[in-house]
Design a protein. Sequence first.
Length: 230
Amino acid sequence: MVTRSRRGPSPAAALSEGHRAGCTVTDVTSSASTAGWRDLQRGAPEIARLGMVRLAAARVAMLGTLRPDGSPRISPVEPHIVNGHLLVGAMTWSKKAHDLLRDPRYVLHSVVSGPDNGEAELKLHGSAVPAAPGLRDAATAAWWSAQEPGQAVVFSLRIATALYVEWDLEHGLMTIHRWSPRDGYSATTRGYPKPAAKPTRSRSRREVPPAVHAVEQIGPRPVKGRGRGR
């Protein structure tokens, strides 16, 4: 089952305006093809509201950038929404900072804590531009506010496409909310295979719980307060 709803230009209007299904590097990085977080709030307020909840839940998101050879890089970042802008920071010497200064294209994905837990997902892609000094300084709660000048670079993430995915585990449905400054808002609901029931078994007293193994494999927790800008 697939259902769709849409608010935006009609297919005929989009075709007359030269709309294309694909996009080029110029399409993604041009200001006409991207928008700020405030534009997302106006064009798709539910995506913005629910997306903000997902970002605030973990306070960390995964940022994808492009290496010089075109291969992908993934890095954790701490997003901040300030004055209608979505900001992320990086140490000036970090690889992801060099990636974005060379090629501003990015993808941002909210953190999911485990499989089949029903957590919604926020997915953004677009281009990153260096934030103006006043905007950077307005993020007083961000980790870079404590850095010496020149130690960190802050980017404002311009949005070419925003997606918010909701999972209905009970009925085996996923709903994808999509928005772009070019096409407006649309939503699609479709079925997906339900997760298999997990077998239950008794555990002997001498058996070590799986969580203990996980902690031993992962290692000690990072020192608090070091941030995700590196």
